[in-house]
Design a binder for this molecule. Structure first.
Ligand SMILES: Nc1ncnc2c1ncn2[C@@H]1O[C@H](COP(=O)(O)OP(=O)(O)OP(=O)(O)O)[C@@H](O)[C@H]1O
Ligand SMILES: [Mg+2]
Length: 544
């Protein structure tokens, strides 16, 4: 299709005639013939026009990645188009009363920079419809065209475009509503469909102030994050891609997911929640990561459960300790087809390459977070420093963390029962999630005093429960030990019996062998004696 920008600069009469012929041409000339005509028309325009066109496509040439230049230009033009463009596109964004205006397709606006006028056109190219499963699908490719007089070429390329990209980027950052993204299955990746990622506005209220954990550790993490976010030049200097890996591990309900939200709010980043089980293979994983923007956190939750990424280090089975029933159960479970594993062919090395290989350096300022309840299950290669630079243990609720929760949930900083609570928290393993739930008032009648007393009671119950559990475990362990000992004794006895049996058999065989040898010897002697008698007789005969 011809670009509107290409015909700018022709006189009024020429334009009118051209429009007439253009309409006729579109109606009567066949598509395959038009391709040639347009090719030569472009060439001709190039010879006679004093204007230069620059095209900025929505996706990079390889079609893999969204062009950041395009997004910056769109932001820049949106700020101009509200006042200047004739046709606007109005988008309603969630949780926002005001509409967001941008330049409509096939629309043009004029911009002026240092006394030089330029024109921007927004274009869309619709491909020939493809037929798939009875549906007709066509691909829409958007692009902007910048048109200016060729005598300003140097200034436009060196100064104006720089100005547009910088301003556009700043506008984008200021206006952007932070998003929480989740990856789509590759069947939904086409540009006319949902794309690689779906998103919703990110409004998680967690902050480092509301996060209950050791204050020293918390300060350390905050400092680390600030250093990272300001470290563009430093990372460049040391030759490292501008990214940082965090491994958050700990029991359930200790605040791993809450910490991710707090980091996103602290740094003003987007969150990409990557569901590995819906990623078909390593190549898809790379494409997904390439389609993420800077200033973002890429999260893989429960990495130990995401596919077979734990490497070769399968849990060593201690046969002696396993009951037959347990063995059976395990075998049955192993036989069950794991649907998720079958769907995804992402491998450990594919994941390692995506987060740490050459591909990882494609867009900067990214934090990669893995969470797990079982850090020991992970392959060391996955969590080595450099990949997962900062390992943070989220632990059960201790007194310092409790104080933060009490302040958040009950707005108190001290209470007579604090000392008792401190002691009890040391003796019990209660997650911050459980402590928070106990502290939360359940009705308007419940005040801080009631909630604190409820926590003391719950802690006592938890302690009793833990004690009982420990006793039961001890008992179970002792029973297992007895079973193991009995098994070992039986095995020893069996071994001894077998050895005795073997010995007896060997003795018997030796005796039989000896007997046979003796018999053979006797036979031989007997044979010799008989031979001697015969030769004697023969000798006598000769002498005769
Ligand atoms: N350290 C914490 N500080 C403040 N609130 C917390 C903390 N830990 C847990 N919570 C509360 O408990 C809820 C559950 O916590 P969260 O989802 O962050 O735990 P998790 O460690 O991610 O658990 P899982 O391992 O099961 O995913 C949160 O909504 C939050 O309200
Ligand atoms: Mg979680």
């Amino acid at each position: 299709m011809l670009e509107t920008g290409a015909i700018w600069g022709l006189t009024g009469t020429t334009v009118t005639s051209f429009m007439f012929f253009w309409a006729m041409y579109k109606q009567y000339v066949p598509q395959h013939f038009r391709v040639y005509v347009e090719k030569y028309f472009h060439k001709m325009i190039g010879w006679i026009s004093y204007y230069v066109d620059i095209k900025f496509t929505e996706y990079t040439e390889e079609g893999l990645k969204r062009s950041q230049a395009y997004d910056s230009i769109r932001n820049y033009l949106a700020s101009k188009s509200t006042a200047l463009a004739r046709k606007l596109k109005a988008n309603e964004t969630k949780n926002s009363k005001s509409l967001v205006f941008s330049m409509d397709d096939h629309e043009e606006i004029e911009d002026e920079f240092e006394g030089v006028k330029v024109k921007w056109y927004s274009n869309v190219k619709v491909s020939q419809p493809q037929h798939s499963y009875g549906r007709s699908i066509s691909d829409e490719r958007r692009y902007f065209t910048l048109t200016f007089h060729r005598r300003h070429r140097g200034m436009i390329i060196e100064t104006y475009l720089d100005h547009v990209l910088r301003e556009g980027k700043d506008i984008g950052l200021k206006k952007r509503e932070r998003k929480l993204y989740t990856n789509n299955s590759s069947r939904e990746w086409y540009p006319w469909s949902a794309g690689k990622w779906s998103n919703v506005p990110f409004h998680h209220p967690a902050t480092f102030e509301t996060l209950a954990m050791d204050p020293v550790k918390k300060e350390g993490i905050k400092k680390d994050l600030i250093k990272f976010s300001k470290g563009k030049d430093y990372y460049n200097k040391v030759g490292k891609p501008w990214k940082r890996g965090y491994l958050l591990f700990g029991p359930p309900g200790t605040g791993k997911s809450t910490m991710i939200a707090a980091i996103a709010n602290f740094l003003d980043y987007d969150v990409y929640d990557l569901e590995l089980t819906t990623v078909k293979d390593n190549s898809e994983l790379k494409k997904l990561l390439l389609d993420t923007t800077g200033k973002s956190i890429i999260v893989i939750e429960d990495i130990d459960c995401s596919l077979e990424l734990t490497g070769q280090r399968k849990k060593k089975k201690d046969d002696d300790e396993e009951d037959d029933e347990e063995k059976k159960k395990k075998k049955e479970e192993e036989k069950k087809p794991n649907v998720e594993e079958k769907q995804s062919k992402v491998t450990l090395s594919g994941l390692l390459n995506s987060i740490d290989g050459l591909w990882s350096a494609c867009s900067g300022e990214k934090i990669i977070v893995f969470t797990t309840n079982f850090v020991d299950k992970l392959d060391p290669a996955l969590i080595r420093r450099g990949r997962m630079d900062n390992h943070i243990e989220m632990s059960y609720c201790k007194f310092e963390a409790f104080k933060v929760l009490a302040k958040n949930y009950l707005e108190i900083e001290t209470h007579d029962l604090y000392e008792e609570i401190e002691r009890k928290l040391e003796e019990t393993d209660m997650s911050p999630a459980d402590v928070a739930e106990t502290l939360m008032p359940k009705s308007d009648e419940e005040d801080a005093d009631i909630c604190i007393k409820r926590l003391v009671k719950t802690l006592e119950e938890e302690k009793d429960k833990a004690k009982k559990l420990a006793e039961e475990e001890e008992k179970e362990k002792a029973e297992k030990e007895v079973k193991k000992k009995k098994k070992a004794e039986e095995a020893e006895k069996k071994k001894k019996e077998e050895e005795e049996e073997k010995e007896k058999k060997a003795e018997k065989e030796a005796e039989e062998k000896k007997k046979t040898e003796e018999e053979e010897k006797n036979e031989k002697v007997k044979g010799k004696e008989q031979n001697g008698d015969v030769s004697k007789t023969n000798g006598c005969n000769c002498l005769k």
